[in-house]
Design a protein around this ligand. Structure first.
Ligand code: PLP
Length: 355
């Protein structure tokens, strides 16, 4: 039976990518060697890293002054790396609190400087993107989480401010077009929308980084990594390779613009049913809904056992909601086909007919 993978992360990847990656694990580029047993300094792997970096730049339409790195430590280390490289000694920055991950970013930045929370939707269990108050004078940047994977909310536009932006785009990178000009840093763990777990992408303004007046430990210093072409230490070769293949796939599909159109169709289908079907209700406020993660619940839990049995029977996988929200979460990342959403919607309709 075909399985429809709605996992929130690690995420579904294109079938062709998995197939090619499997091949490279046994015999990479016809070398007679596995991708995971050759030197990361070999021409064959250096080409992989370079292609991953240049495809990122191309697909995100990054300004010339940006550099792209694929490092380790996940977005969780990104919270700290962001502050190390862009929050000056004795300085402060503004953060928008839109959920679990945004909170963790605040916590890490506090190790290094002052944090002003300029908006929070905590009081309503993060069911919307809050209106932000003014950015305090002298803030080095505004940090926000573009898509809140757990709560299913998403910024439709970046916060409007003259202060440089830093964004954790872990769960919606490459899902829609945006203008990178106002950003100092964009970072994203690979496993939500671009690859397997094990690498995190940093895209940053090389002219703005490192002007903090503090000594940055080597591994946390983005400039150190840039000067070594993202090979300061042994990179996570397999995750970077699979990410590169996924970026090739995105390009072949028509780029980020095409992803955005596909994702819009899937989200419209999904939310259309959540709104139409009397048995269900959404978690996120209408104007804050994420195109990536749809959070919803049954109005009456009495239907839960029947619904759970039906979607499992249909081959749907990974829609159980995060414990902090409950209910269900359908993650519709780039590689999820529209047909999978159709199947889930059919199950919801079927439940309504039987209820
Ligand atoms: C999953 C996630 C993280 C954490 O990523 P790790 O790679 O596990 O550190 C951070 N931010 C967002 C928005 C996420 O979805």
């Amino acid at each position: 039976m075909k399985i429809h993978n709605f996992s929130a992360g690690p995420c579904i990847l294109p079938e062709t990518v998995l197939h090619e990656a499997a091949q490279a694990v046994s015999n990479f580029n016809g070398l007679g060697l596995s991708l995971v047993e050759i030197s990361h300094r070999s021409p064959d792997f250096v080409a992989v890293m370079e292609e991953a970096r240049s495809l990122t730049k191309e697909l995100l339409n990054l300004p010339e002054r940006f550099d792209v790195l694929f490092l380790q430590g996940g977005a969780s280390l990104g919270f700290l790396t962001a502050a190390y490289n862009f929050l000056p000694e004795g300085g402060h920055a503004a953060y928008v609190d839109t959920g679990t991950w945004a909170n963790k970013a605040v916590k890490e930045a506090k190790h290094l400087g002052g944090v002003d929370v300029i908006g929070s939707s905590k009081a309503s269990n993060y069911d919307h993107i809050p209106v932000t108050s003014g950015v305090p004078q002298g803030s080095s940047y505004v940090h926000y989480t573009s898509n809140n994977t757990i709560f299913g909310t998403q910024f439709k536009n970046a916060p409007s401010t003259n202060v440089p932006l830093i964004a954790d785009m872990s769960s919606d990178i490459f899902s829609r077009e945006f203008d990178a000009t106002p950003y100092h840093l964009i970072y994203a763990g690979a496993q939500k929308n671009m690859g397997p777990a094990g690498t995190v992408m940093y895209a940053f303004d090389t002219e703005a980084a490192g002007k903090t007046g503090r000594n940055i430990p080597s591994y946390l210093d983005l400039q150190v990594h840039a000067s070594k072409d993202s090979m300061f230490n042994t990179p996570s070769v397999f995750p970077v390779y699979v990410t590169m293949l996924t970026l090739r796939w995105i390009k072949a599909m028509g780029g980020v613009k095409a992803m955005e159109a596909r994702n819009g169709e899937k989200a419209a289908l999904m939310y259309g049913e959540v709104d139409r079907n009397e048995l269900f209700e959404g978690h996120a406020a209408l104007t804050s809904r994420s195109t990536m993660n749809a959070t919803f619940r049954l109005k009456d839990d009495a239907h839960a056992a029947a619904f759970d049995a039906m979607w499992k029977e249909a081959g749907v996988s990974g829609i159980k909601g995060h414990r902090s929200v409950g209910g269900y979460r359908a993650s519709m990342y780039n590689a999820l086909p529209k047909e999978s959403v159709q199947i889930l919607v059919e199950v919801m309709k079927e439940l309504e007919r039987k209820a």
